[in-house]
Design a protein around this ligand. Structure first.
Ligand code: AP5
Ligand code: MG
Length: 192
């Protein structure tokens, strides 16, 4: 089973690239951000709980996010592998994911990060905000708060996965096709 974490700052291209990689490697794509937005648009209990955090650009509390992720994995018993997008985002989430997968005889094969400079990413998100309808894309203060959250809570995961020998990164600047190629080359090397 090939379980891959697609890692990167807000706007790095995780969702864009996941759309290609899930088909190429026959993986189930799980984006916690997409799941939260689905719940918000359907006004579920989970959506109502998550909305205020997301709208501010803050991370949603770990317990809620971890449980949602686990339920999504459970819904796909036939999966050949998972492509995790936007999860884990804290050390507690990464530890919970490792323990959860281990309980199922699975593990994370690799974490592949898209690297890009903050200023490029802020421009991308501001541009997307004109059409996305995402509250957290709308003003630069919220967008920058997402980077603060990333730096404080998510960046430590690089060392977490490096210590496990699972961290790989690619340049996230270029055309979408060029970046898909870089990611695929990395994944092919890992899969052997
Ligand atoms: P989430 O939805 O995961 O948002 P994000 O991480 O901030 O990242 P984005 O989805 O905005 O960017 P992306 O990397 O997917 O890039 P994309 O492909 O869209 O999370 C939203 C919120 O939910 C969080 O802030 C938090 O509140 C909550 N949440 C989610 N997961 C959580 C967790 N695990 N724990 C706690 N809270 C959680 O591309 C961005 C833009 O750039 C697009 O317009 C795209 O068209 C464009 N683009 C893509 N590639 C290129 C390229 N190569 N060149 C030029 N433009 C490009
Ligand atoms: Mg995304």
């Amino acid at each position: 089973m090939t379980n891959i974490v697609l890692f990167g700052k807000p706007g790095a291209g995780k969702g864009t690239q996941a759309a290609f990689l899930k088909d190429k490697y026959n993986l189930v794509h799980i984006s916690t951000g997409d799941l939260f937005r689905y719940n918000i648009s359907n006004a579920t209990k989970l959506g109502k709980l998550a909305q205020s955090y997301i709208d501010r650009g803050d991370l949603v509390p770990d317990e809620v996010t971890i449980q949602m992720l686990q339920e999504e994995v459970e819904k796909n018993p036939e999966a050949e592998g998972f492509l995790f997008d936007g999860f884990p985002r804290t050390i507690a989430q990464a530890e919970a994911l490792d323990a959860f997968l281990e309980g199922k005889g699975m593990s994370i094969r690799a974490t592949v990060a898209l690297e890009a400079d903050d200023e490029v990413l802020v421009k991308r998100i501001v541009e997307r905000g004109k059409v996305s309808g995402r509250a957290d894309d709308q003003d630069e203060t919220k967008i920058r708060n997402r980077f603060v959250e990333y730096n404080e809570k998510t960046a430590p995961l690089m060392d977490y996965y490096k210590k496990q020998g699972k961290y790989h990164s690619v340049d996230g600047i270029g055309t979408i096709e060029e970046i898909t190629k870089r990611l695929s080359d990395t994944i092919d090397t890992i899969k052997g």
